[in-house]
Every structure is written in structure tokens, then in C-alpha cells.
Write a protein that binds this ligand. Structure first.
Ligand SMILES: CC(C)(COP(=O)(O)OP(=O)(O)OC[C@H]1O[C@@H](n2cnc3c(N)ncnc32)[C@H](O)[C@@H]1OP(=O)(O)O)[C@@H](O)C(=O)NCCC(=O)NCCS
Length: 195
């Protein structure tokens, strides 16, 4: 059975900005099975179809998306990652974020935030902010005192991270590609998470 985040998540997310989530909730996935792979793939495919630069090019096939999440699931099973999801009461998946716990042995205090994805139908109602707050809490609970991430400069993600207190380190031009092949710049962020 999936473990639910127990520590006042909604309250925390609310304090981070305009993040009301309505009837949806966030939980971590200790096991990622076929149902979760399907929902996570729906969200990833929708984000790439919407033009997000999140590691994949157009067109992202379901087979490729599912293979990606199966790899993530294996990492979760090894305790190397935490995957959080936002779901409606019906169980429909709205969004996800990953905390990459496994780092080189000289950086045991650091984690990376990745694959922050919200389905286009669920955007602009605080799901992303709540997922990010939950990811920070989860990382802190796992003993991480430094978080890092990169995101496309000037993107919705860029604003989300800045709004939630992440600090910009700088921008790297031509860091990645948009799904259609154009270059995009990335901004590197860090944050010291708190309880
Ligand atoms: C980045 C992303 C995760 C944000 O998700 P989201 O759920 O839309 O995020 P939020 O709802 O918390 O915030 C988005 C905007 O809605 C606004 N908002 C939040 N709740 C709101 C509400 N109840 N009413 C009106 N506006 C609201 C926020 O203020 C924010 O405004 P801004 O973008 O003008 O600054 C989403 O756009 C996404 O998945 N993008 C594609 C993938 C991607 O690029 N991910 C980042 C990779 S690092």
C-alpha cells in the first residue's frame, strides 16, 4: 500500500504561495506498478506534447515513456529515488516529481529534484507548488540538506522554483533541446530544505 506523506503537507504547500489543490492529494510511491506506470506515462507524454524540455524529443512514444518510468521504478525499489504524485480523489494522476537521493559518496547530503511534471489539464491551480513543497519535505526527511535542480530559463518551472525560495546560480546557454530540436538555456537552482 502506498505511503502517504504524513506531515501537514497542505499546510506547508499553502504557506509557499498560491497553492490550493482542491480535492487532490499528494503521496509517495514506495512501489511503482503497472497502474502507476500508466499514469506517470500519461503525464510525461502530455508534457512533452505540450512542448516541455524534459529529456525527451518529439514524438515521445508510450513504449519509451513506460520504459523510462520502469527504470525510475527500479531506482525507487533500490531506495535511490522518491517519486511523489498528485492525484484526484478518483485516482487520476495530475502530476509528479522525483527526488534523486543517490549521489556520489562525497555528496551524501545532496539530492536532486527532477521530472517535475503537471498534466496540462491540471496546471495553474497549485499542483506544481504542492508537489515541490512535498519533494523538499521528503528530501529533508531523508537527511538531505542541499537540493539542486535545473530548468529551462524563463519557463513555468523557473518561476515556480523562484517563488518557492530556490536561489538561482546562473544560466547555461544551449543546455538542452526543446522537443522540436531547438536549443534552450537552463537555469541552475539550489535550496537548503527545512522541516
Ligand atoms: C512547471 C509546472 C510543473 C508548474 O505546474 P503547475 O501545477 O501549473 O504550478 P502551479 O499551479 O503551482 O503554479 C503555476 C502558476 O499558476 C498560478 N496559480 C497557482 N494556483 C492558482 C490558482 N488557484 N488560481 C490561479 N492561479 C494559480 C501560480 O501563481 C503560477 O503562476 P505563474 O506561472 O504566472 O508564476 C508545469 O507548468 C509543467 O509541468 N510544465 C511542463 C514540465 C516542465 O517544464 N517541468 C519543469 C521541469 S524542471
Amino acid at each position: 500500500m502506498a505511503r502517504r506523506l504524513a506531515t501537514g503537507l497542505d499546510k506547508n504547500a499553502g504557506s509557499a504561495g498560491n497553492v490550493r489543490m482542491g480535492p487532490s492529494q499528494i503521496r509517495s510511491l514506495p512501489v511503482i506498478g503497472d497502474r502507476e506506470i500508466a499514469g506517470l506515462s500519461d503525464v510525461l507524454i502530455d508534457c512533452v506534447e505540450g512542448g516541455a524540455s524534459v529529456s525527451f524529443m518529439h514524438p515521445l512514444t508510450r513504449a519509451k515513456a513506460e520504459a523510462f518510468w520502469r527504470g525510475v521504478a527500479a531506482g525507487v525499489a533500490r531506495g535511490e529515488r522518491v517519486v511523489l504524485v498528485a492525484e484526484e480523489e478518483t485516482g487520476a494522476m495530475l502530476g509528479t516529481v522525483t527526488v534523486i537521493l543517490k549521489q556520489p559518496e562525497n555528496q551524501p547530503h545532496r539530492a536532486e529534484i527532477a521530472k517535475m511534471l503537471v498534466h496540462r489539464r491540471a496546471r495553474r491551480r497549485g499542483v506544481g507548488a504542492a508537489l515541490l513543497a512535498a519533494a523538499e519535505k521528503s528530501a529533508f526527511a531523508a537527511g538531505k540538506t542541499l537540493l539542486v535542480l535545473d530548468t529551462v530559463s524563463g519557463s513555468d518551472g523557473d518561476r515556480l522554483y523562484a517563488r518557492q525560495g530556490w536561489r538561482r546560480c546562473g544560466e547555461i546557454p544551449d543546455y538542452a533541446l526543446w522537443p522540436d530540436g531547438r536549443f534552450c538555456a537552463a537555469t541552475i537552482f539550489f535550496k537548503f530544505p527545512r522541516a
